[in-house]
Design a protein around this ligand. Structure first.
Ligand code: MLT
Length: 261
């Protein structure tokens, strides 16, 4: 584990081919990649970041909350890595990846977007996030977002998802309310990123869980189409948290993508 002020990274292993950097979704942390990593190619180094305020990243949070600040903290990590770097981001991690494309796109050999979107929030969605952020802070508790453990898994397969829901609920319950509130405010203020994805002419993989209720099919295909080299792949029998529900299938697609770089 390595820490700078607001960012803790977990290096699973180093590798001669390059480094795959994993950025997790909200409101969990880098542990959501644990089941994916053993299935990734051994020649690739793998590291995961705990995004600001989440997991072990409990340092001073940049103000005002913004995903641009998250990306600014990550850029020096990328600059310090030898060889090609590929970033994979799920949902909020995908939004941060888009901010990385703005700031360090020329340093990345490829990107993987999982269960995410390029659109900014609608005013109603942003207002709802700010309400939740206020509630989490007022209650000094993450109760307001605990329901996401259940809501994010594939609903048609819910009867088979007790283990994943329990795992997600445990991770969510361990988050710092201040970090959860900060993340909600940061996501509420993010920009539309279609300009940056349209201009990023390098390999890009877009993965969507078949039953993802948060990032719908049309939205994710639009992201893949906007990327000049975007490829869209659906992960069967998964909801929003593809990396948790189908880690083997996610790793297989990422492995194929890395082999083609
Ligand atoms: C996530 O999984 O990171 C969240 O669904 C992102 C969001 O709330 O937009």
């Amino acid at each position: 584990m390595m820490a700078n002020e607001a960012l803790v990274t977990h290096t699973y292993r180093s590798g001669s081919a390059g480094t795959l950097m994993l950025l997790h979704g909200f409101p969990v942390d880098s542990r959501m990649w644990d089941a994916v990593v053993p299935h990734l190619p051994q020649q690739w180094g793998v590291m995961a970041v705990d995004l600001p305020g989440l997991g072990h990243s409990r340092g001073v949070l940049p103000q005002p909350p913004s995903l641009a600040s998250s990306a600014q903290l990550i850029v020096p990590l990328i600059d310090a890595l030898p060889g090609p770097v590929v970033v994979a981001g799920l949902s909020m991690g995908g939004y941060v990846t888009m901010e990385l494309l703005r700031r360090a796109g020329d340093r990345l050999a490829g990107v993987v977007f999982l269960d995410t979107k390029a659109e900014a929030d609608t005013p109603a969605a942003a207002a709802k996030r700010l309400e939740v952020a206020d509630q989490v802070e007022r209650e000094a508790s993450v109760s307001a977002v605990l329901g996401m453990a259940d809501a994010t898994v594939a609903q048609p397969l819910r009867a088979d998802r007790d283990r994943e829901v329990a795992l997600l609920a445990q991770w969510i319950s361990e988050q710092d309310p201040a970090g959860v509130a900060w993340s909600q405010r940061a996501m509420a203020s993010r920009d539309d990123s279609f300009d940056v994805v349209r201009g990023w002419d390098r390999p890009a993989l877009v993965l969507r869980g078949e039953h993802d209720a948060q990032s719908d099919d049309q939205v994710m295909r639009a992201l893949a189409q906007a990327l000049p080299q975007g490829q869209f792949v659906e992960i069967p029998a998964a909801g929003h948290m593809t990396a948790v529900e189908q880690p083997g299938a996610v790793a297989r697609e990422v492995t194929r993508f890395l082999a083609d770089l």
